[in-house]
Structures are given as C-alpha cells and as structure tokens.
Design a protein around this ligand. Structure first.
Ligand code: KIV
Length: 294
C-alpha cells in the first residue's frame, strides 16, 4: 500500500487497538468523545470521531451526581450495551460503526484486587461489547494493567487529574504543578506504558508536562485539559455540544449551544400547544369522512 493509502486507511478504516499506535507513528491526531446511549453513538460516528468512550462521567452528566464515585458496574454495562448496539447496527447497515469502543471501569470495580478487576473488565467486553477498558491510576495500578493485558483485555490508562480520587485531591484540581508532582505523573505514565496499556489519557495537567510525556512515550496520549501537544484529544460530548446548563470549565470549547436550542424549541412547542397551533393537519391522521363533510 502507498503511504497515502495507509494514511487513508488509518483515517477512514475501522479503528482497532493497534490503529491508535499506528496513528501516533504516522503523526495523525485523533479524537475520542463520550457517548452514553445510541443517539450519541450515531452522532459521534457520523461526525468522524475515532474512539467512543462510555465514561463514568455519566454519573455526573446523566445521573446528576456531584462526582463519578456512585457509578456501578451494572450501570456502566447498561450504557456500554446501548452504544455497542448502535455501532453494530451502523456496521451491519454499512453506515459506519468505525470508532473503537472503550468502557470506563467505575470506582471500586478494579481497585480491590486483580481477580475482581479481571472479572469486571471482562464483563465490559463479553457482555457490554466494548473493545477495551479504561482505568484510572498510575504506578500503583501497573500490575493490574499488566494482568488485564495478559488475559487479552486492552487497557487505556488515565493519569493526572483522576476524578475517582476527587476527595484525595481536594477537588477537581489541575495536577502536576510542582516539579515533584510533575515527576510523579511522568513516572506514572512510564509505568502504565510498561505495563502494556495501548493509550493513556492525560487529564488536567500543564501543557508542558503533557508534551514531555507525549514525546517520551511510544503509546498515544489523549489529552483533556492537557494542552495541544497530546496525540489525541478527548472531551465529554455534552460539554463540546453545549448541552449542559451553566458555564463550562476552561479546557472545554463549545462547538454548539444545544442547551439553549433545546430550551428555545421547547418554548415554541409549549406556545403552539397552548395556542392551538400544534398539531396541525400535517401532523394528524385522516379517518372515514363524516356525512356532513361529504
Ligand atoms: O469519564 C469520562 O468521561 C472520562 C473522560 C473525560 C476522559 O474519563
């Protein structure tokens, strides 16, 4: 294959775990975004994202919790299955289904012991239909990552600001601002790469540290609040689509204002029903005409 065909295949062919490393090697930036249901799977696939993450952020975005901590394995599976079904349908209908599907491992589903981690991660693949899992944590989780990889479960790492440690961090705070902290995060990245992770999310760290890690690792880095030098970028879809009320954090760019659009459309619907304008004839079914109408 010529080099432009290779690039074309990487950009447009199905994304597998090895694809992301090839994209890094070819200098191609890639995109990951979150989906928690079938509608978002359709939108993101059609929009061209490379990786869909069913993030435990669904605890905050969908369930309305203040943190991701209450999310359970069963709840994750429910959402992973919904996304996987939509992607499979798109594949079968020749509409796409290109993105790699990654399932987040929720709090306490992998921290207690390795057997529990394997069982829960295995369920994300076997029952959920995901192709990989993501786990938060650095050096302390290297052994867990290595065992998961050994049994055939591809792992995406996640270091820096790790939301499952929100209380230990004293809030959702940028990590790695001091040189000691930055060094620890760098060592975490190295440990997770050596354990066999195929990619690693860098969240909430200074751009300079993310750049250093991205240059040092052979596996791709995926940044969120980690500056422009990562190999890929990830955002929560409800954030970049402007679907949530209130201001967004600094690292989010809103590419649409769907919350405002939704409110406006709802107001028009309410107004039209209240004033007898909806449903019109175009939205109504005909039946046998009465004698009088004839
Ligand atoms: O849960 C999530 O959505 C995440 C991403 C923001 C990386 O972990």
């Amino acid at each position: 294959m010529g080099s432009s065909n290779v690039l074309d295949a990487l950009r447009h062919g199905p994304v597998t775990v090895p694809t992301l490393r090839s994209m890094k090697a070819a200098g191609l930036r890639f995109v990951m975004a979150t989906a928690y249901d079938a509608v978002f799977a359709h939108i993101l696939d059609e929009g061209g994202v490379d990786v869909i993450l069913v993030g435990d952020s669904l605890g905050m975005v969908i369930q309305g919790h203040e943190t991701t901590l209450p999310v359970t394995v069963e709840e994750m599976l429910y959402h992973v299955k919904a996304v996987a079904r939509a992607l499979e349908k798109r594949r079968l209908q020749g509409q796409g289904g290109r993105p790699l599907l990654v399932a987040d491992m929720p709090f306490l589903s992998y921290q207690t012991d390795i057997a529990t981690a394997i069982r829960n991660a295995g369920r994300m693949l076997a029952e959920g239909g995901a192709q990989a899992v993501k786990i938060e944590g650095g050096e302390a989780f290297a052994q867990t990552v290595a065992r998961l990889v050994e049994v055939g479960i591809p792992v995406m790492g996640h270091i820096g600001l790790t939301p499952q440690r929100v209380h230990a961090m004293g809030g959702f705070r940028v990590q790695g601002k001091s040189s000691e902290e930055a060094e620890r995060i760098f060592m975490d990245a190295r440990a997770i790469e050596q354990a066999g992770a195929f990619a690693i999310v860098l969240e909430g760290i200074p751009s300079s540290l993310a750049k250093r890690i991205s240059q040092a690792l052979s596996i791709p880095t995926i940044g969120i609040g980690a500056g422009p030098d990562c190999d890929g970028q990830v955002l929560v879809s409800h954030d970049f689509l402007g679907l949530l009320p209130g201001p967004s954090p600094r690292f989010v760019k809103r590419y649409a204002e769907l919350y405002a659009l939704g409110v406006e459309a709802t107001r028009r619907f309410v107004h039209e029903v209240q004033n007898g304008l909806f449903p019109a004839e175009a939205h109504s079914y005909g039946g046998p005409s009465t004698q009088k109408e004839k």
